[in-house]
Write a protein that binds this ligand. Structure first.
Ligand code: ZN
Ligand code: ZN
Length: 319
């Protein structure tokens, strides 16, 4: 009898809480078509690392308040990554889904769409933007007004486990919510820029603390892209970087995030190119095109230097 009751209530719970799957509104195809699989072979990526290394600043020394001072982390080399059995975007799970949550003004919407495009190039995966979910899906007990400064906030873990997880499409490599509302992750925290679950393929990040896109569009875009690709990389089991000043370094504050480049160090680049089977030079060509179009000039110039060094690797390989 007891078992029967449990089964019935489980079925009822499943029936009641099943939200409809998200409806696609825009799809971006896998952007990098490459013919030569050798261009992202382990050997080639290993050759690339020492060639790119001199172009990247070594990590540290840390400034007061930096992430590394309060978190003990050893980093993760390309070799360690390959050996750790990472979550890879492969088989049926190859699409990145972008889920807008709540209200956006026109400029914020543009930033979400550009972030979706950038993520498709960065990970060489198709991206699907799905129909908005309104803030009315967030119940009262998953919202608050911050006790000292008074701003509206939504609970990031509610977005992850109650909004995204039940709607997770079968072919999702990752399902990522963007919101313009401030996030907090629970008791004892003031706010969080973004949060991702590496196990459940869901993540959420907020534009709220990234600035005013009406007056500083490029800066807001740059900050949003940094969080988007940092958190998505975690979802593919990349750990924090402690070897270089890299987009995969842990980050405690806006100042610390602004100091880091929107670029992966050679170890982290090798991981992403290996995980997504992407030719690093073709990837940088597409990223340069994106950054020039969106006026991220410093980032475009840095990518151009990296591409030049990569082309040097290609010539060495051909000899
Ligand atoms: Zn992180
Ligand atoms: Zn790195």
């Amino acid at each position: 009898m007891r078992v029967a009751v449990l089964i019935v209530s489980a079925l009822m719970a499943a029936g009641c809480s099943d939200p409809p799957p998200p409806k696609p509104v825009q799809s971006i195809e896998k952007p990098i078509k490459q013919v030569d699989e050798k261009s992202c072979s382990v050997e080639r990526l290993r050759t690339m690392i020492p060639k790119l290394a001199p172009l990247h600043d070594e990590f540290g020394p840390p400034k007061p308040g930096d992430w590394i001072l309060s978190h003990e982390e050893d980093g993760q080399t390309f070799e360690q990554y390959m050996e750790c059995g990472p979550v890879l975007p492969q088989g049926e799970r190859t699409v990145l889904y972008v889920q807008p949550v709540g209200e956006f003004n026109a400029k914020q919407r543009e930033i979400v769409n550009l972030s979706a495009e950038f993520m498709s190039i960065f990970f060489n995966l198709p991206v699907t933007i799905v129909e908005d979910v309104g803030l009315d899906v967030i119940p009262k007990d998953a919202r608050r007004v911050h006790p000292s400064w008074g701003g509206d906030q939504i609970l990031s873990t509610y977005v992850l486990y109650d909004v995204l997880k039940p709607r997770l499409p079968d072919d999702a490599a990752a399902y990522i919510a963007f919101t313009a509302t401030d996030l907090w992750p629970g008791e004892g925290w003031n706010f969080v820029f973004g949060q991702a679950s590496t196990r459940d393929r869901v993540g959420v990040w907020s534009l709220h603390r990234n600035g005013n896109p009406e007056t500083e569009f490029e800066l807001v875009l740059l900050r949003t892209l940094k969080t988007a690709v940092h958190e998505t990389s975690h979802m593919f089991t990349l750990l924090h970087c402690t070897k270089y000043e890299c987009n995969m370094c842990g980050c405690n504050s806006r100042e610390e995030g602004d100091r880091r480049p929107l670029a992966l160090c050679p170890e982290c680049l090798a991981k992403v190119c290996w995980a997504t089977k992407t030719d690093p030079a073709l990837r940088y060509r597409k990223l340069i095109e994106f950054c020039k179009r969106t006026k991220l000039d410093d980032t475009a110039a840095f990518y151009e230097k990296l591409l030049k060094a990569l082309e040097g690797v290609s010539r060495i390989d051909l000899r």
